[in-house]
Design a protein around this ligand. Structure first.
Ligand code: ATP
Ligand code: MG
Ligand code: MG
Ligand code: MG
Length: 474
């Protein structure tokens, strides 16, 4: 089954169960300034769950474009390293706004995955987890659905636990949340990893495909959990992950959606290293960068634009590593449009604009990427220990436009850590100099711009407040 057919089948299944098919919303959350990007299908329905945005329907289904590259759900560092994480992915979801609850939600998910006329997956390869104290969900799975208890795992809040799962889902630090039940697919003994709830869980053998959240609370900034007006359901299944299962491949990067894209990456970078993880990183990043631009984000030095810039520069650096000397990243927009333009006409429409913005960023960064990489290579060569000094990280950031996570990405490839405390000290010294300069009425920003090469204003400060990464003027 092709990804496009799975997407379609999902929406049709839930339509047949009385759900309204609602289009994907923008990656920029319309109703929530605290959230960096749309990171799940429920984001556009946040106020519906809270009861403040009444709709004509009480059941909905979507295929939602999502980005997880910052904030509470940040998978940027996983990309290229796991078989299952992207910065951009599509989340298939069904939602009940005070309509059905645990029982129907579980039966729907199971029927869609296992019924011969739908996904027809072998039941014995599916594992489920429930929230530790959720006896009701446990009983539904074991008694009604008939999942053997050996494959039902109770999982708590994951505070200090050895495993990765956490069966209490929240969109962010505030907002709708609740206990959940998750469905995993066992890709078989050839792949490293343990069952959910075991210390080896974070491998890629047992892959979480579907999360069914029983939305029951709204968490406010003071940490208090207020019951929602009516218990609701929010689910999310990664299209790329279920495609991998349906297409009998292990990694998301082997599915149909990625085949042509990966071939295009090889072609535009001219690499012969077809095994490099950089290929996946670039194929992933062209999707997030393009869709973010389609939704109105522009590379900049603050907020969402800075996250976009970080992803772009990361992709450009990986191309450089593969041997690309000329701008290449913008050339991937056309193959992406060929792959996804019919599902997302807005992408096809914006193609020229997306190419242009990416090309501009490539040109700008090309000036300093080479020099920055040389500085970093030299610094690594001369190192005694395994820690890259704060001063180097700062110079790369300040003079060469290397976002810290780009330096961290290179460091990780070579097995080095970063001295982040040292970096922070340099940043503080920089802010101090800026304050001193501004006392004399010098427009520091202007002065720096005149020097030409420096793309980052010396007086900016990196603040990561959990959900929003901003660069603020001191
Ligand atoms: P994981 O534990 O594998 O990181 P998650 O628990 O963080 O996944 P959820 O927040 O429950 O993911 O999102 C619902 C579903 O969306 C997941 O079950 C998975 O199928 C999919 N998904 C989540 N993150 C990603 C990602 N970065 N790339 C692709 N699919 C994803
Ligand atoms: Mg995750
Ligand atoms: Mg998970
Ligand atoms: Mg989950």
């Amino acid at each position: 089954m092709k990804s496009a057919e799975i997407r379609q089948a999902f929406l049709e299944y839930f339509k047949s169960k009385g759900h309204e098919i609602v289009p994907s919303s923008s990656l920029i959350p319309a109703n929530d300034p605290t959230l960096l990007f749309t990171n799940a299908g429920m984001v556009q329905f946040k106020d519906v769950f809270l009861g403040t945005d009444p709709r004509s329907y009480s059941r909905a289904t979507t295929s939602q474009r999502c980005v997880r590259a910052g904030g509470k759900h940040n998978d940027l560092e996983n990309v290229g390293y796991t078989a299952r994480h992207h910065t951009f992915f599509e989340m298939l979801g069904n939602f009940s706004f005070g309509d059905y609850f645990k029982q129907d939600a579980i039966h729907f998910a199971w029927e869609f995955l296992t019924a011969p006329e739908w996904m027809n997956l072998p039941k014995e390869k599916l594992w489920v987890t429930v929230y530790a104290s959720d006896d009701e969900a446990y009983e539904i799975w074991s008694k009604q659905v008939g999942v053997p208890v050996e494959r039902i795992v109770r999982i708590g809040d994951n505070k200090g636990a050895a495993y990765a799962s956490d069966n209490f889902w929240a969109m962010g630090d505030t907002g709708p949340c609740g206990p959940c039940t998750e469905i995993f697919y066992d890709h078989g003994a050839d792949v490293a990893g343990g069952p959910p709830g075991s210390p080896e869980e974070d491998g890629d053998r047992y892959i979480e495909i579907w999360n069914v959240v029983f939305m029951q609370y709204n968490r406010t900034a003071d940490g208090v959990m207020h019951p929602l007006p009516r218990p609701s359901v929010d689910t999310g299944m990664g299209l790329e992950r279920v495609s991998a299962v349906m297409q009998h491949v292990h990694s998301n990067y082997e599915i149909d959606l990625f085949q042509n894209l990966l071939a295009a990456v090889e072609q535009v970078t001219g690499t012969t290293d077809t095994k490099s993880h950089s290929l996946k990183v670039i194929a992933d990043h062209i999707r997030s960068c393009s869709f973010l631009i389609v939704d109105g984000v522009v590379p900049s030095n603050e907020g969402r634009g800075y996250v976009l810039r970080r992803i772009m520069r990361r992709a450009i650096r990986h191309g450089h590593k593969l041997g690309a000397v000329e701008p290449f990243f913008h050339k991937l927009v056309a193959p992406l449009v060929a792959e996804m333009g019919s599902a997302y006409p807005e992408l096809a429409k914006a193609q020229a604009h997306v190419e242009q913005l990416i090309f501009k960023e490539e040109q700008q960064f090309a000036k300093t990427l080479d020099q920055g990489m040389r500085l970093l290579e030299q610094a690594i060569e001369g190192l005694e220990g395994a820690v890259i000094p704060g001063e180097t990280i700062f110079r790369l950031y300040d003079t060469y436009g290397f976002p810290v996570d780009l330096t961290a990405d290179v460091a990780r490839e070579r097995g080095y850590d970063l001295d982040m405390d040292g970096f922070e000290q340099q940043m503080e010294a920089q802010r101090e100099r800026a304050r001193a300069a501004s006392q004399f009425g010098v427009d520091y920003n202007q002065a720096l711009k005149l020097e030409g090469e420096t793309h980052f204003n010396g007086y900016t400060q990196l603040v990561d407040e959990g959900n929003v990464v901003t660069l603020l003027a001191a």
